[in-house]
Design a protein around this ligand. Sequence first.
Ligand SMILES: NC(=O)c1ccc[n+]([C@@H]2O[C@H](COP(=O)([O-])OP(=O)(O)OC[C@H]3O[C@@H](n4cnc5c(N)ncnc54)[C@H](O)[C@@H]3O)[C@@H](O)[C@H]2O)c1
Length: 438
Amino acid sequence: MAAPTSLRDIPQSHIFRKGDVFVLFGELFGRGYANGLVNEARAAGMTIVGMTVGRRDENQKLRPLTAEEHAEAEANLGGKIINVPLMAGFDLDAPEGEPTPTDLLAPLTLKSWQDDKLDWAQIERCRAVGVQRFKDSAARAMAELDGLVPDGSNVFFAHTMAGGIPKVKVFLAIANRIYKGRGERFMSSRALLDSDLGKLILMNFDEVTANTFQYLIDASAAIRGRVEATGGQARYTAYGYHGTEILIDGRYQWQTYTNYTQGYAKKRLEDVAKAAWEKGIKATVFNCPEIRTNSSDIFVGVELSLFPLLNALKHENGGAWADVQRQACADLLKDGVSLQDLLDQIESYNADGVITEFRDFDRWPMDNSPELAEVMIGTSEAITNLHKERTALVTDLLSALVLEGTGPLMFREAANPAGPVLWLNHDVIARQLNQLHN
Ligand SMILES: NC(=O)c1ccc[n+]([C@@H]2O[C@H](COP(=O)([O-])OP(=O)(O)OC[C@H]3O[C@@H](n4cnc5c(N)ncnc54)[C@H](O)[C@@H]3O)[C@@H](O)[C@H]2O)c1
């Protein structure tokens, strides 16, 4: 049986310093995972360079950032942003004058989508255009980056791209049902995957979430070769997701959010890192825990695995600081609701037979089921209702902590990585946080 390869010890290596360059391949959002790495790079005194996905004009044509947008993005990152649009995926690409995949999806309705067929020859033409556009843009961006990387310096490429949901009304309605629906509103993720619409979406996920890591590795070959020839080193990291070990019943156990439709693309991302590694390129996918960000908020229930982090902080010898976190979480709950009751509720959720059935590493990513939706979405709603405010949740606080813990773990491990695919579970994250704060 395959098993996760987990980082168990806090890494001690450190090679990045002032004069070295940190490159963020993707945009930086307030709650996004990438903040953890950017903070480490800044603290190490590295030169920070970012990319943009660009923006779309009123005709959906991709354009660079305006001067104002560019200045705002650079202030947000605290570094230079190379203004070449790196929007991945092909949902809005097509040969000149021909329909894009988004155009092909326009006639689909909530009634018809499961039987609607797509023109795969046309989709393949669009995919080819989108891939070439991205590769050409990545080459231009790397040519600009080249001038910012001194000979002999170390370069850290941090890939953060994930996504690829086409912006069509019908899919927003379907996604709302698959990820948020229970009872009469439940929708099967298998029905989506078996449809032409689902097949197209998976192809687009592959492009955005996985293939861009390969394109980055390829496009930066010249920079990698030059720094290595002059005494420096190049490293590549990407954020994966493939379930997480959390404390359940007193021991760390692997669990996952279901249905994680992007899971196929995340497996492909792991394969990209493995293939690069075999060629001697130090590329590592760090499979990270579930947190709440702009990208994950659509998955109702994904946040439930965060609560046991409070137990992990204690379990890993957390001191006064861990107690303060626990109290800060307790303060977010309604009067009369105890944090222990909430944690007990999560413990019984994790012991529920409907949920344990999905703890099957070999069959990941599994399809959802009406029973799962009932228990998971029901628990998520019940727990949210225990808070004073829906806008200040325990999982906001815990997400920020996980993000903070992953920063130094990934930054240090990337200096001397143990392999191409590593899991960061609640054990090592809790230990890292306790070490940072005690
Ligand atoms: N949130 C989680 O629970 C979780 C767990 C494990 C791994 N991750 C991974 O962490 C990474 C960062 O995600 P996050 O959750 O911090 O959210 P985020 O929204 O902050 O980041 C998403 C990133 O994807 C980029 N992106 C989105 N669509 C794109 C497109 N079409 N082309 C190019 N780039 C595009 C954005 O610019 C941004 O950099 C992703 O790879 C995500 O899968 C997230």
